[in-house]
Design a protein around this ligand. Structure first.
Ligand code: NZQ
Ligand code: ZN
Length: 367
């Protein structure tokens, strides 16, 4: 097992009605900037509820953070935060709003003489301080509610890069806040969660039986609940289980002492940067293909995954690997997602461009 540091400072307030706890989580005299996306929290009434919970506090608002949040949009919020001397950020929305808010937090305190895009180019390494933040999550998927990661896009250069700096101080996770999600976003959220676990699991065997079984537990839970959620998105208990899977999938708990891969995400981010494809959708196209290409190197783990997650025990190793890759792709298709590039009207030229970019950047993929 590798050495590791586990640091999980985020307080999670989970369940129905937990937004009533919001006021107590915030510093009393704070100047708070509430950030949100394209309007789902306005339509669902969540923003109005938050305003009323926080009545009498000093509040500012910044809406319009788009899916795959852009540097260009977020710089508007950075200006507002600087001008109003904001000292707490409250992100209300999905992973894009949470990630965007982590960027605002770091950029607002960044040297005003330097372009904050540099934060992405240096993966957060040069960030000194940041505005503290909390979140109210509306879309289970990214794990951003309990990790320090954020992925930001640059429209001008068509780039999408990640950085790591701030953990939310708290996150409120109410499964009822997910009831208004479009089915496609739910499917992408399940897919994203599944692939987060795979990136931390599908490496080599025999490093940590505990991490393996925690990862397999999340994968099996997702496979079990996905059809029930697709049949009834308003099933509180199933959505609660999904929400917890998503948080546990990327908060460090299944990564203790084990190697990680993340090649699927690195390639997926390029598909989003170049074509605007939704994050979870990119991953389900890349992962089965990546498993095929890496079938020799990842043989041991693919066989273990096939046996323990899908019950594939019969046949030669080659046959079992084939069936396991097929089962993975079929699970993604059962979510209603495309699993091939041509279904997204993406061709060989995009593959060539991604290879060119990786070579130019000296990117190194895999564990
Ligand atoms: O913008 P609004 O109007 O809020 O609508 C959003 C958006 O259109 C909508 N939505 C969210 N909650 C809703 C809702 N609609 C109705 N009811 C609700 N309750 O859903 C759409 C997608 O939202 P978005 O936040 O973009 O989705 P997601 O949570 O999947 O976040 C995706 C972003 O997270 C990054 C991705 O790259 C992508 O940019 N990731 C962040 C990670 C992290 N921080 O650790 C890791 C991930 O691997 C991922 O890369
Ligand atoms: Zn992801």
């Amino acid at each position: 097992m590798n050495n590791f540091t586990l640091h999980t400072p985020t307080k999670i307030l989970f369940g129905k009605g937990q937004v009533a706890q919001l006021r107590e989580q915030l510093p009393r005299d704070a100047r708070i900037l509430i950030t949100y996306g394209g309007g789902s929290v306005v339509r669902s009434g969540l923003l109005a509820q938050i305003r009323s919970e926080l009545a009498g506090m000093t509040l500012f608002e910044f809406g319009g953070i788009e899916p795959n949040p852009t540097y260009e949009t977020l710089m508007g919020a950075v200006e507002l935060a600087r001008a109003e001397r904001v000292d707490f950020l409250l992100a209300v929305g999905g992973g894009s709003v949470l990630d965007g808010t982590k960027f605002i937090a770091a950029a607002a305190h960044y040297d005003p003489a330097r372009d904050p895009w540099h934060i992405l180019e240096t993966v957060g390494g040069e960030v000194g301080s940041a505005i503290p933040l909390g979140t109210v999550l509306t879309l289970p998927a990214t794990g951003s509610e309990m990790n320090a990661g954020a992925v930001i896009s640059n429209l001008a250069t068509q780039e999408k890069f990640a950085f790591h700096h701030s953990f939310p101080q708290f996150s409120i996770l109410d499964p009822e806040a997910t009831f208004s999600l479009p089915p496609f976003q739910v499917a992408c959220g399940i897919a994203d969660t599944f692939v987060h676990v795979m990136e931390q699991y599908l490496t080599v065997t025999g490093v940590s039986p505990l991490m393996d079984r925690w990862a397999e537990g999340i994968l099996q839970t997702l496979i079990e609940i996905a059809p029930k959620i697709r049949a009834n998105q308003h099933d509180y208990d199933q959505m609660a289980n999904f929400m917890l899977c998503a948080t546990m999938g990327l908060n460090g708990f299944i990564a203790m002492g084990v190697p990680q891969d993340w090649a699927t995400h690195m390639i997926g981010h390029e598909l989003t940067a170049l074509h605007g494809v939704t994050h979870g959708q990119t991953l389900v196209v890349v992962l089965p293909a990546l498993m095929s290409v890496m079938r020799e190197q990842k043989k041991g783990k693919i066989l273990q995954y096939g046996e323990r997650v899908f019950g594939i025990r019969e046949g030669s190793e080659d046959e079992r690997i084939d069936r396991t890759i097929r089962a993975t792709e079929e699970f993604f298709r059962s979510l209603g997602l495309a699993t091939r590039l041509h279904e997204l009207q993406i061709g060989q030229d995009t593959i060539d461009e991604i290879v060119r970019r990786f070579n130019e950047r000296g990117s190194r993929l895999g564990e």
